[in-house]
Design a protein around this ligand. Structure first.
Ligand SMILES: Cc1cc2nc3c(=O)[nH]c(=O)nc-3n(C[C@H](O)[C@H](O)[C@H](O)COP(=O)(O)O)c2cc1C
Length: 215
């Protein structure tokens, strides 16, 4: 099968891209509405792209009626948002937050998610998330059908049990995020494995003398 993306309709591009680029991490994005209540929406067009500066990116498309989603509306107004990572304990609530509610609905309250204050931004974070990142908008790239939002991470909150004994690295037995696959399919990171570079390239170099590892 071949697909020429220069002629393929956008809906088919979406189907193919989201079917094959996965699993995609899920950001449950919390923002503050103009009325002062909490808004929450899951976004799987999301990832980290840099640590210097620390940049995460969201891709948020317009609704079918052409209007911007509440998340984008709030981000444009406040210049801030919080990314809450999602594990199995938050999965059901995350799906509820993905319902297309009216802008005056507090999705955290609706989904039964406890809100906690952020330190550097006005939006709330989810108190029970394994990890929350307070972000300030670095820039927004506008396309007719969507906004690509670059956020600079100002502060990270990590639940203590998600860290190892030294508090430096993740505890993979506890932090097991879910991620989105195609359509309504998800995966949980409960089958992790280590893959290390070979300790020595000598056997490979012996087989192919021209092969030299760059230092
Ligand atoms: C797992 C999941 C991932 C989603 N990812 C995105 C996404 O990356 N971009 C997007 O525009 N909508 C995405 N959605 C849909 C939004 O969450 C949905 O349109 C939501 O109602 C927007 O809420 P808001 O109007 O409060 O911003 C996703 C939904 C789910 C359930």
């Amino acid at each position: 099968m071949q697909a020429d993306f220069t002629t393929l309709p956008a809906a088919d591009r979406y189907r193919l891209l989201t079917n094959f680029i996965g699993p995609r991490p899920i950001a449950l994005v919390t923002t503050r509405s103009v009325g002062g209540h909490d808004n929450a929406a899951p976004m799987s067009f999301f990832n980290v792209f840099s640590q210097d500066p620390p940049i995460v990116i969201l891709g948020i498309q317009r609704r079918a009626d052409g209007h911007e989603k509440d998340t984008v509306h709030n981000i444009r107004r406040t210049g801030e948002f919080c990314v809450n990572m999602v594990d199995m304990a938050l999965a059901d609530a995350m799906i509820l937050c993905g319902v297309n509610f009216a802008p005056d609905v507090d999705e955290l309250a609706f989904a039964g998610l406890p809100a906690a204050s952020c330190r550097q931004i006005g939006a709330s974070r989810i108190a029970t998330t394994p990890c929350a990142m307070e972000c300030r908008v670095e820039r927004i790239i506008d396309y007719p059908s969507r906004a690509i939002i670059l956020g600079e991470v100002l502060e990270m909150h990590v639940r203590d049990d998600c860290l190892d004994a030294q508090g430096r690295y993740v505890n993979p037995a506890v932090y097991q995020p879910i991620a989105r696959l195609h359509a309504d399919n998800y995966i949980v990171a409960d089958r992790q494995f280590e893959l290390k570079k070979p300790a020595s390239m000598a056997p490979y170099e012996a087989a192919r003398p021209a092969l030299k590892e760059r230092t």
